[in-house]
Design a protein. Sequence first.
Length: 255
Amino acid sequence: MHPWIRVAALAACMTVGLPAAHGAAPSASEEAYEQYLSGLGYQDLGQWPQAVAAYTKAIQLDPDYADAYYARGLASAHAGDVAAAQADWTAAIALQPEMWKAYLNRGRTFLQQGAPDVAEADFTKALTLAPSAEAYLERGTARWKRHDPDGALADFAKGIALSPYLGDGYGRRGRVLLALDRLDEAAADFTKQITLREGVPGAHLGLGHIRERQGRLTEAAEHYTVAVVLEPATQTYLLRAGVFEQLDDVQRAMA
């Protein structure tokens, strides 16, 4: 696998919505619900420790408050305490076994920790409860990490079919296709990702790599340049310098 192929940062993945505030009150005491709302407020401001503290108070007031466990798991993950997040999502699942988003986010943490088998099981359970593009894309990534390219590509296709305007699906599939040397298909996916969402350095990096391998060096340099502008990285500078050298543009190669 090419070194720039990687899973997105864990915290950025934790985007599955919290239960609607007006829908959480019936299963919780009034005081616990107020603390839950306080946690939501802190979470909206990105104040993760304060959110964790508020959710903890809600749980102390109502130990069966599944939504509070789930929300505290999200806040803990953003605060960098993955073990606490996993424990909270496990507790939420025990209280509310149909909570598919707890399986999804717990699976993401296992994937980040290098346990794709365990992660895949969580993603599969999430899909059983509520098929979603996010879960298919995550399971596809887990399957790729388990060296199952056919399973990965099948899941990416299902995720894209459910959300064809979600650029991330094309990007993930493009990276796998590139690693499999299916260059034209990979290029099509990266191009689609850029069309749907401008400012994706990985897509330009992938296209630069493809065009370089195809001998289309000017295009490769252009894509590497965009990638550098969007996300400066030593490796991308080196890749671009290598293309400039092939183009006999020594001055730009040394810049």
